[in-house]
Design a protein around this ligand. Structure first.
Ligand code: NAP
Length: 324
């Protein structure tokens, strides 16, 4: 018996949607349709990525019977609305990071998916990369001892010229939602729930943060320190430090990269070099996770659980408040 791969529907034909479509092509996934607010943009996106159906408008996309999973690739401000549109149509959802703009909205999204009985996940693609799989394995094997600290920077010099969604408050612009979320998510993944937060940032007259830093105290006793900027280049490194060893994720830590693991003692003797073997950009691994969960009848991923996405958004709420 042959089974057809689930059909992906791409909601929003913007920048990251194109990267996602290219990466899915590397992994044998099936993109059934794309939907754009603009019919011509949908058509040209579909042509570029050999997608069989192009819809004018998002309603037509989520109603397409060939679409099983909707990938929400719109600005942060619209993630909740577009995820709810898909969920109401009975479709599974993979929602770009940051999951929503607030913790309350994240909870609303999660409640809707659970009520409807569909799969939902934040598209925190970093978690599913081979690098992170290996890092988690080293931690689980005790190679780092007890993990006590995470330090992460995500700083890029982005295009902030007029019209960019990044500087539009109404579109959920700002460095924290776009870039800082990777650092907070990494810290949460390796140190667990966050109890206390200190933060500072530079916020423009429109209320959009351009750069910032936060210190997070975790219930485990761990401490993380995160920096993010959308107007300067930074190290883009991350360090996961334990009592017996350390993993240094090479730049850009949030993407498909390599790491060096060192022993904590003896001036950090190198224990391992993990190299990345790139196939595409790496967004296909999160898609494979979504398909695996759905095939197994799961409504969420244990690697990116829904309650954790909500908790991360609540931490982001507090960082945002303290930056102002
Ligand atoms: N995973 C990653 O590596 C990565 C990288 C970059 C961005 N992202 C995330 O992906 C999301 C989209 O970012 P992007 O860089 O792809 O943005 P983008 O290039 O501006 O594309 C966003 C798309 O959303 C749609 N849209 C719907 N309502 C809109 C509105 N009111 N204003 C503007 N666009 C609207 C548009 O598509 P149509 O007009 O075709 O409908 C637009 O092309 C964000 O959540 C961002 O954080 C993830």
């Amino acid at each position: 018996m042959t089974t057809t791969a689930p059909g992906w529907g791409i909601l929003g034909a913007g920048g990251i949607a194109g990267s996602f479509a290219r990466d899915l092509a590397t992994g044998g996934h099936r993109i059934a349709a794309v939907g754009s607010r603009d019919a011509e943009r949908a058509r040209s996106f579909a042509e570029r990525h050999s997608i069989p159906a192009a819809h004018a408008g998002y309603r037509a996309l989520v109603d397409d019977p060939e679409v099983d999973i909707v990938y929400v690739a719109t600005p942060h401000s619209h993630h909740l609305e577009h995820a709810l549109l898909a969920i109401d149509a009975g479709k599974h959802v993979l929602v770009e990071k940051a999951f929503t703009t607030t913790g309350d909205d994240a909870q609303r999204l999660v409640d809707a998916a659970r009520t409807k009985g569909v799969f939902a996940m934040e598209a925190m693609w970093t978690r599913f990369l081979p690098t992170m799989v290996a890092a988690r394995e080293r931690v689980a094997a005790g190679d780092l001892g007890e993990v006590v600290s995470v330090v992460a920077d995500h700083s890029q010099m982005l295009d902030l010229s007029p019209g960019s969604r990044l500087i539009e408050a109404a579109l959920g612009g700002g460095a924290l939602l776009d870039l800082g979320v990777y650092c907070v998510s990494l810290a949460h993944a390796f140190l667990g729930p966050i109890e206390r937060i200190q933060a500072a940032g530079v916020v423009d007259a429109a209320g959009v943060d351009h750069r910032g830093a936060a210190i997070l105290e975790h219930a485990s006793g761990g401490i993380s320190s995160v920096t993010f900027s959308m107007e300067t280049l930074g190290s883009n490194r991350a360090v996961i430090a334990g009592t017996e060893g350390v993993i240094e994720l090479e730049p850009a830590f949030y993407a498909w990269t390599g790491f060096r693991r060192r022993h904590a003692s003896a001036h950090g003797t190198a224990a391992e070099t993990f190299a990345a073997e790139l196939v595409g950009r790496g967004m296909q691994f999160q898609a494979a996770e979504v398909e695996r969960c759905i095939a197994e009848g799961r409504l969420e991923s244990e690697l990116m659980p829904l309650d954790e996405s909500v908790a991360i958004m609540r931490a982001m709420d507090e960082i945002a408040a303290r930056m102002r």
